[in-house]
Write a protein that binds this ligand. Structure first.
Ligand code: ATP
Ligand code: MG
Length: 336
């Protein structure tokens, strides 16, 4: 029997009350993450990747304009039925989130060293001096030069890339069981990006940490993820182990994303294939298949009836009426 997953998300729905009415940014998402695996969450801007990850720890503030339904099992607890205080104990302890924007998560009035040491002392039984030493080690690990000097600096004294690395150091220093990394390396140059991904994977192996990696970069996904979830307009449209997904994508949207990966052969200046059109507004969700208005395969059925996420095999699922006709090969223009 398969081991119980570290995280099991079931029928997650997240709604926002906006001035133009209610919107559902996450529309019934289910997935799991095992200890030691890296699950990639991909999709175009606005498809609900961040809202999905924020929903796990209900990081929407307490203003009441957000509602979340479904269940999120983590080590025997349904996080959605925990109180905010109960959740806060899990956040930064068992589950750590690294955000897209480091300025919103670093406190401007404390030094870098104090902030990392604080995180370490919260979770490990060490004194301030030892915690500061560990903080310096973590900064070194994420490739910050002169970490002994940097620990005494404030967030505004660091460049954006440095701040991002501090965030990553902080997220990893509390030794989480689950790390949610939301575009953790987008702002960094490719060398640093590779270094940080390596570090995440090394720590993952040492600690058997589960990782959810949110990214636009399918190249990164191919390199580091074990399994991939493809999201479109609040839903998962395809899920598969990484090799299977790249070899045998079954959703036209997944194929479109793959065709837009720059590769070594693509000539400089040559436009990449892009998926035509844009992600519709949440106020105007298409009836039927949500991708149909942009899909070359769409027919009357697609425009009228929403397909379910269907299992093609034990670990490959797709939400498409025409998945049997979809393939990565052939004339690219036939698909996008
Ligand atoms: N607080 C909010 N109130 C209303 N709508 C919101 C709120 N937060 C997010 N949304 C909407 O939810 C949808 C999903 O947003 P989300 O930030 O999850 O996208 P994303 O996939 O992370 O995109 P990106 O790749 O740009 O980070 C978007 O349409 C966004 O406008
Ligand atoms: Mg996002």
């Amino acid at each position: 029997m398969e081991e119980r997953p570290l995280l099991q998300v079931e029928h997650l729905q997240t709604h926002f009350a906006t001035e133009q009415g209610n919107v559902t940014a996450v529309a019934g998402v289910s997935f799991h993450v095992h200890a030691g695996e890296t699950v990639g969450l991909v999709g175009e801007s606005g498809c609900g990747k961040s809202v999905t990850s924020l929903s796990i720890l209900r990081l929407f503030g307490r203003n009441g304009s957000t509602t979340t339904e479904g269940s999120i099992w983590f080590e025997g607890n349904d996080l959605l039925s925990l109180s905010m205080d109960g959740l806060e104990k899990i956040r930064g302890n068992d589950i750590s989130i690294i955000f897209q924007d480091p300025m919103t998560s670093l406190n401007p009035v404390y030094t870098i060293g104090d902030q990392i040491a604080e995180a370490i002392m919260l979770h490990q039984n060490v004194n301030k001096k030892a915690a500061l030493e560990k903080a310096i080690d973590m900064l070194k690990l994420v490739g910050i030069p002169s970490p002994e000097k940097r620990v005494n600096e404030y967030p505004h004294q660091l460049s954006g890339g440095m701040r991002q690395r501090v965030m990553i150091a902080m997220g990893l220093s509390c030794q989480p069981k689950l790390l949610i990394a939301d575009e953790p390396t987008t702002a960094l140059d490719v060398t640093i990006q590779a270094q940080i991904l390596d570090l995440m994977l090394k720590l993952q192996q040492e600690r058997n940490m589960g990782i959810i990696l949110i990214t636009h970069d399918l190249g990164v996904v191919a390199e580091v993820c074990t399994r991939v979830l493809v999201m479109y307009l609040g839903q998962i449209v395809e899920e598969a182990p990484v090799r299977e997904l790249f070899k045998n994508p079954q959703h036209p949207y997944t194929v479109g994303l793959m065709r837009s990966i720059p590769n070594l052969e693509s000539k400089r200046g040559e436009p990449l294939a892009v998926i035509e059109g844009t992600v519709p507004s949440l106020h105007n969700v298409p009836a039927g298949c949500r991708f149909a208005p942009r899909c070359a395969y769409a027919d009357a059925t697609c425009l009228e009836q929403a397909p379910d996420l269907t299992a093609l095999s034990a670990d490959h699922k797709v939400r498409c009426w025409h998945h049997e006709s979809v393939s990565l090969g052939g004339d690219p223009l036939a698909v996008i």
